[in-house]
Write a new protein. Structure first.
Length: 226
């Protein structure tokens, strides 16, 4: 029986207009992504980050359609975008974006509270995930007291707190050394699979690529292999 794609992109196009004219970041791209971990590779400027931003609804396409886990993302009203980003997708950023004034536990629980969980429910879910990523001993610490690897493990737990169907990660190991990178990606691959979430990862890191179920190579906003 055919498996429905977790992401379906149809003639997707994104143009940016500036003083130098029009830049086409994603060029009429059509792609079905199956469940599991898909890694986007390619040179800088090939469209990886733009594609992550479009699927995450941080940007709107110029034309074409985006369907994620049955949600037609490109036609969502502005009032529905926050709900989509809180419930359907989770985000792991290169630069972490943890709230500096909050503890590890509070940072991970926050998206759950914003999505409507009670504080206790959100914190219980946060503790469950922090246990999975080995951060329970650090739950009362603040981001400035953590190593880069610990911060990214916290960010992975935060991305999963609302049981998303898809986790997006843009260069998730870009600010980590090789040892921390390997540990973080081992955890990322294991915990997303355990939680039943798919992942779409943009990266230059060959160690990340080895963990992919599917590898998509981009160039000039188009798929060249995969």
């Amino acid at each position: 029986m055919p498996i429905d794609p977790i992401v379906r992109l149809t003639t997707l196009r994104k143009e940016y207009r500036g003083g130098g004219g029009v830049v086409v970041a994603v060029n009429d791209l059509t792609l079905d992504l199956p469940p599991g971990m898909t890694v986007l590779t390619g040179p800088s400027g090939c469209g990886k980050s733009t594609l992550i931003n479009l699927v995450g609804a941080f940007d709107r396409p110029t034309s074409g359609t985006i369907n994620v886990a049955g949600t037609r993302v490109d036609t969502l009203e502005n009032s529905k975008l926050d709900q989509y980003r809180r419930t359907t997708v989770g985000i792991v950023f290169q630069f972490f974006h943890l709230m500096p004034a909050l503890t590890v536990l509070e940072n991970v629980a926050l998206p759950g509270e914003l999505a409507g969980m009670g504080t206790k429910q959100a914190q219980d879910r946060a503790r469950e995930l922090l246990d999975k990523v080995g951060m329970v001993p650090r739950v009362d610490h603040r981001p400035h007291e953590l190593s880069g690897g610990e911060i990214q493990r916290t960010a992975i737990a935060r991305a999963l707190v609302n049981h998303p169907k898809l986790v997006l990660a843009d260069e998730p190991t870009g600010n980590l050394d090789s040892t921390a990178s390997e540990r973080v990606m081992n955890l990322f691959a294991a915990i997303t699979a355990e939680e039943g979430a798919s992942a779409l990862v943009a990266t230059h890191d060959p160690d990340v690529v080895t963990r992919a179920d599917r590898i998509i190579q981009l160039r000039d906003g188009q798929v060249v292999s995969g």
